[in-house]
Design a binder for this molecule. Structure first.
Ligand code: ADP
Ligand code: MG
Length: 700
């Protein structure tokens, strides 16, 4: 049966078309104003919208509604209420009021709050975010909401994200005015997150405790084949994968998520999905939904979707590329080099602001992607290094150099233009960028932040990015504010020049995977925050607190609560991994080794009893090897358990995190090395869990 995709697309979304058709005109206009300009929503409008939403939801099979929110867990949360309201005659009617639409009151006491709860009531509020459309899933009307405590402190990721978008909007509009732009009223940030993931067979998945509890393998010898043939990237989609991807696209399309590109990734069993970009908060909501639907659809196909950053040792892990830009309500992408000199000035101001922001707040950007899982990728020669730097491409780098030196800019040796003024030639977009080693790359009309982990919400990196850029734009505005129009060109040039000189150290167009770069970055004074415990203390440094609290993204206590939550999360993740590994080795691996050594000993004994002169040296060799490994493994478990107990006893969270990072991870690594070697000696029939070979190569 042919499906009509345009009809299918957004069919489960309370989108503009539905609103226009269901709402009285004045109510529709009032709602539109709220969505576009963030104006306050009156209760009569909310009531009218609630009625329309309920009608539409019921027509589409919904019986319940839920305030859908994003606590600080990387997951979303929901509590369903039905529309039913009993009447006096023992019947029910379906009801939904404006008050129920705008505000919910879930119990907040069981969500991570990083200490905020101690001082505040358990009651939490959810507040409707009308800028992200409601949708229907599982016969329930989902209303995207922000989540705060009784006293208004943010307990979620959406609240600070919306605050950061607002901040950037104000700062960007202000600088545009100073540059003489009188039209733009609103600037939004846009995001297109490319999502990587693995698919493995469900039956195999269910046989591995590490995948079940930790989401990644903690053991496993390398398969005979890995990614060395480079035959998976963009390879032909196998039928099961292709069927999965088709289903996934359709489910996403119904929810108005513009899934656009899909392909196999570098590692075997690894794939990618990229949507068309959207306003940041919608893109964040959509990415959360995408991750959830990816898992759900996988289950239907007898597969499991792994979103962990490092499911397999020795082959690439998964990340997300956060494509980011700023666009005006007049339809202009502020990171698109324009055609006219004025457009170019504007472009350069925003470009240089991003460069300065990334240099000033490189530590915060690193922290915004820090997690136990992502620590295995960053700096592991497969993902960008832990050092934040910017790739600009040769042409733009030359443009900045010429500004710095008050020189003529030579584009491709043919055009010469005076850059002493702010006039720039219309340079060709540098589409040659395939520098995959850069953590933060300019790709023609947007920046691509590539350090994000695959399982995390994309909210945090965008909160930091929006706020840091807003801060720099404010600094620029302060310098240009009182400059008379006739001197503006010169003043802008001077400003850009100063910023470039101060921040060019962050620009690096070379290979980020090399040791030379690590050395060079150190010389330049750039951060190299290798692990989460090393990075996190910077989150609450004076500089970063000044930024985030100063721009009212977080209150001081919100900031500190988030620091606590991040540390706690790291510690808990490592603890689960350590316990899972110990259990697998104790209960599954050691018994398998014992069984095999017993078999070998028995075989050798039998051989000898039948043929006393025969050599049993091959059995003896294997036995010796296995006995040695068994000892090493037993000792390894003891050490791991002992050190994990020590870690549990450390009260200070940062100290505990550091101990897990330096000691427990090392214990896990050495235990794993012995187990993986034993795995290569055990017969298939005695292996306690499916091998890497099976996990990575059995889906057709
Ligand atoms: P590539 O990474 O190969 O350059 P594309 O240019 O197609 O691929 O873009 C990759 C992602 O960037 C897509 O999700 C796309 O929608 C997104 N993107 C494109 N333009 C913008 C923009 N102005 N703001 C944010 N994301 C964008
Ligand atoms: Mg890309």
């Amino acid at each position: 049966m042919e499906k009509n995709i345009p009809e299918l697309y957004g069919s489960l979304v309370f989108n503009d078309k539905v609103m226009r058709c269901k709402l009285p005109k004045d109510m529709y206009n009032a709602l539109k104003r709220t969505i576009q300009n963030g104006t306050h929503l009156e209760l009569d409008v909310a009531n009218s919208v609630a009625v329309a939403m309920k009608e539409w939801a019921i027509e589409n099979g919904a019986t319940h509604y839920t305030h859908w929110f994003q606590p600080m867990t990387n997951f979303t949360a929901e509590k369903h209420d039905s529309f039913i309201s009993p009447t006096d005659d023992g019947q029910v009617i379906m009801e939904f009021s404006g008050k129920e639409l705008v505000k919910g009151e879930p119990d907040a006491s069981s969500f991570p709050s990083g200490g905020l709860r101690a001082t505040f009531e358990a009651r939490g509020y959810t507040a409707w975010d009308p800028t992200s459309p409601a949708f229907i899933k599982d016969r329930t009307l989902y209303i995207p909401t922000a989540f705060c405590s009784y006293s208004g402190e943010a307990l979620d990721k959406k609240t600070p994200l919306l605050r950061s978008m607002d901040t950037l909007n104000k700062s960007a509009v202000k600088i545009l005015r100073i540059l003489g732009n009188t039209e733009v009223k609103h600037v939004s940030t846009t995001v297109g997150p490319e999502q990587e993931y693995f698919l493995v067979d469900k039956e195999l998945f269910n046989k591995r405790k590490d995948l079940i509890y930790a989401g990644r393998t903690l053991l496993g010898a390398p398969a005979p084949k890995g990614q060395e043939m480079e035959d998976h990237y963009f390879g032909t989609l196998k039928p099961r994968i292709s069927a999965y991807m088709h289903d996934l696209d359709e489910e996403l399309w119904k929810l108005g998520i513009p899934a656009k590109t899909k392909h196999n990734e570098v590692a075997p069993a690894q794939h990618e999905l990229a949507p068309v970009f959207d306003t940041t908060n919608v893109a964040v909501d959509h990415n959360q939904l995408t991750m959830e639907i990816m898992k759900k659809v996988a289950d239907k196909h007898g597969l499991v979707c792994l979103l962990n950053e490092k499911p397999f040792e020795g082959i690439n892990g998964s990340g997300k590329h956060n494509n980011w830009s700023m666009s005006t309500d007049t339809g202009c992408n502020l990171l698109d080099p324009g055609k006219t000199p004025a457009e170019n000035t504007q472009f350069l101001v925003f470009l240089v602001a991003v460069i300065q922001a990334v240099d000033d707040y490189a530590d915060l950007l690193r922290i915004s992607v820090a997690s136990a899982g992502n620590d295995h990728r960053l700096g592991a020669n497969e993902a960008p290094p832990a050092i934040v730097s910017i790739f600009l491409g040769d042409e733009l780098t030359e443009v900045l150099k010429s500004i710095e030196k008050d020189e003529f800019f030579k584009s491709h040796g043919t055009v010469q233009m005076d850059i002493g003024a702010t006039v720039l030639p219309h340079f060709v977009k540098d589409n040659t960028d395939r520098n995959r080693t850069s953590p933060f790359a300019f790709t023609g009309n947007k920046f691509e932040f590539r350090m994000l982990g695959s399982s995390a919400s994309v909210a945090n990196p965008n909160i930091v990015l929006n706020t840091a850029v807003a801060e720099v734009l404010d600094q620029f505005a302060a310098k240009l504010e009182n400059v008379p129009a006739e001197e503006m060109e010169k003043a802008v040039h001077q400003l850009l020049k100063e910023s470039i000189i101060a921040h060019k150290r962050i620009i690096f167009n070379g290979n980020g995977y090399t040791d030379e770069w690590v050395e060079e970055a150190q010389k330049r004074g750039l951060y190299n925050l290798k692990s989460t415990p090393e990075a996190l203390p910077h989150f609450i440094s004076e500089k970063n607190e000044a930024l985030l609290v100063g721009h009212k993204i977080f209150t001081k206590s919100e900031l500190h609560s988030r620091y606590e939550i991040k540390l706690e999360n790291y510690v808990k993740t490592l603890h689960i991994e350590s316990c899972t590994l110990a259990e697998m080795v104790q209960k599954d691996v050691l018994p398998a080794i014992v069984a095999y050594t017993e078999q070998l000993a028995r075989t050798a004994g039998l051989k000898k009893s039948v043929l006393p002169d025969i050599s049993v040296s091959s059995e003896a060799k294997l036995l010796t090897k296995l006995a040695g490994l068994q000892d090493a493994i037993s000792e390894g478990i003891e050490t791991l358990k002992k050190d994990t107990l020590t870690a549990v006893g450390i009260e200070d969270m940062l100290e505990a995190a550091t101990y897990y990072q330096s000691q427990v991870i090392a214990d896990m690594d050495s235990l794993r090395a012995a187990v993986d070697e034993a795995e290569t000696l055990l017969p298939e029939s005695l292996l306690p869990y499916p091998t890497y070979g099976k996990l990575l190569f059995s889906v057709y």
